[in-house]
Design a protein. Sequence first.
Length: 144
Amino acid sequence: MCNDNQIRILFLTAEPSDTARLRLGRELRDIREKLQLSEQRENFLIESRECVRPGDVTQAIFDVKPQIVHFSGHGTNTGDICLENELGTIQPVPPGALAALFRLVAVHVNCVVLNACYSDIQAEAIVQHISFVIGMKTAIGELV
């Protein structure tokens, strides 16, 4: 149950079937575990959405109204984030599209974490609207 004083974290994952496996459930489990071990655990609520498609991202943000959005998945060297399409394969999302979404929800989202290869390009677009954004400059290793 969420109260108004809790920081809401929305954890989004996409692992299209035509990409390498990342074990994103393990990342979510590790984050939940660290939050649970924290003395401040009552101050956080984490909700997750897996296998997200572009419309799922928008709906989840409007439903959860998170202060922190954490995306884990694949990214391309051109800065696209790889979500899933209706068939479960790659649906690239260019930096401008995510930035436009975050412009609309900047009233409650104040931090975005992009755990995906080459997501610094997305981060640079999103930071125009959100104060704190973390992206990755290069390819990152798989969680195995």
